[in-house]
Design a protein around this ligand. Sequence first.
Ligand code: FBP
Length: 262
Amino acid sequence: MLPHAADDISRDGKSLILAYDHGIEHGPVDFEPNPDTADPERIFELATHEAVTSLAVQKGLAEAYYPDYEDEVNLLLKLNGTSNLWMGEPDSAVNCTPEYAAELGADAIGFTVYGGSNHEVEMAEEFRRAQEGARAHDMGVVMWSYPRGQGLRNDGSPDVISYGARLGLELGADVVKVKYPGSAEAMGHAVEMAGPANVVMSGGTMRDDEEFLRNVSNAIDAGATGIAVGRNVFQRDEPERILDALEAVIFDEESPVEALAA
Ligand code: FBP
């Protein structure tokens, strides 16, 4: 059972979040493999694919494009973000309130928390305001739970990722987005630690079709409810084709080979 309002950004309890906050988080370099994707219109169009259960963007893109797509796309509004130009300890500026997210028509809010950063305490307090505001407006809460910072030697290790999943549960997220910890077993542990909160894996850097889908399939088998993916979709020559395959793996539980053969 999905807790709270996250049903609005899921189908049959599963989610495919198309993440497109890369313009702030990484900058234009992420659009180079497929230059058309620098145009947000291309991605809003892509988000109308039936596999996509929500589109995660920052406020500026929502203001400019969402009015034309509100009937076809569920909006997951990111309330904080940092550019790659920032060289300090991991942190993320809160650039939107949950009240304004509701005004823009958001179905859910997204919020990054860097557990383990020297800024963890302030980030957790900022998350509290965002989470309680989302509850007041009946919006789902998705936490990008990415432990990282000076204190963490290996932020991709299974125990750190499980800790990140647990932070999501403890702080009141409906959906916790974590990096894929490298195996189905490790993902299963993260899912267990998140309890009733749903766990979705993050897409990460570009991988070949089969390897990428195998990770997604392992995550689903381990109890994850889907994926939040950006680069592994929009950096491909045919983003729609990988969305078709993701739909088969996530919603129809087909194997990666079957999904790619279709
Ligand atoms: P990807 O599927 O491209 O990895 O996107 C997921 C995401 O969480 C984005 O929402 C965000 O912009 C990016 O990864 C942040 O990645 P990182 O902080 O690891 O560079």
